[in-house]
Write a protein that binds this ligand. Structure first.
Ligand SMILES: [Zn+2]
Length: 212
């Protein structure tokens, strides 16, 4: 018994919201509910899981646009991102304009996360790793037993996150990937913020930005 997952692409950005489900308790974490709340709720019903917590990788609207509404509707705590992303959460009105989003409310996380923290989903424990570069407060979630990482916009299949946003930094992002993700192992599969899954080993081999 371990952790299973369901990927739900949401918003016009096809952001990968994911459900991380503890197979023993059927409790689920909703990671990065960027919007399309009705779609997310439909999947929760279909999978017959019990939503327990909302986890947030970083403050960009396509990842957090639905957090406030979903947290209220389901009475869920919100954990993440790391506090340096607070300026993105404070900038909801301008983000709505930039991203061309429907109106949504900002939120204050129940708990800001830091490197080395852990979060619980049912009986499963996820490790929190701070991976700045795309945004300064970006975190990823890692479940060692199932060799699965949810990495938001740090790393994609064949690419990496943008670093041209305020407080983005290309060198910092490359260091985050090489120094914090690669040591987790080649066999780690990951859910990126957008697009298809891959493994760290595959990206080490062929990703033009971070291959070694
Ligand atoms: Zn982003």
């Amino acid at each position: 018994m371990s952790l299973r997952f369901v990927i739900i692409p949401v918003t016009s950005y096809q952001q990968n919201c994911s459900l991380l489900i503890c197979e023993e308790t059927n409790k689920a974490a909703i990671v990065d509910p960027g919007g399309d709340i009705d779609t997310i709720l439909a999947v929760i019903k279909e999978e017959k899981v019990i939503p327990e917590i909302i986890l947030v990788t970083h403050g960009h609207l396509d990842h957090v646009g639905g957090v406030s509404e979903l947290a209220k509707k389901l009475s869920l705590p919100i954990e993440g991102p790391q506090q340096e992303d607070i300026f993105w959460l404070d900038a909801f009105p301008s983000q709505i304009q930039t991203f061309g989003f429907p109106h949504c409310n900002s939120f204050t996380p129940t708990r800001w996360l830091n490197d080395g923290d852990t979060v619980k989903v049912g009986e499963q424990t996820l490790e929190v790793i701070h991976c700045p570069g795309h945004t300064p407060g970006h975190v990823i979630f890692f479940h060692p037993q199932s060799k699965l990482a949810v990495v938001g916009d740090v790393l994609f299949n064949g690419s990496i996150g943008r670093t041209d946003f305020p407080k983005g930094n290309f060198d910092t992002l490359i260091s985050s990937i090489k120094e914090k993700l690669w040591p987790l192992g080649k066999d780690i599969k990951f859910i990126p913020g957008h697009g298809p899954m891959s493994t760290f080993g595959q990206e080490m081999k062929s990703n033009p930005y971070v291959s070694i």
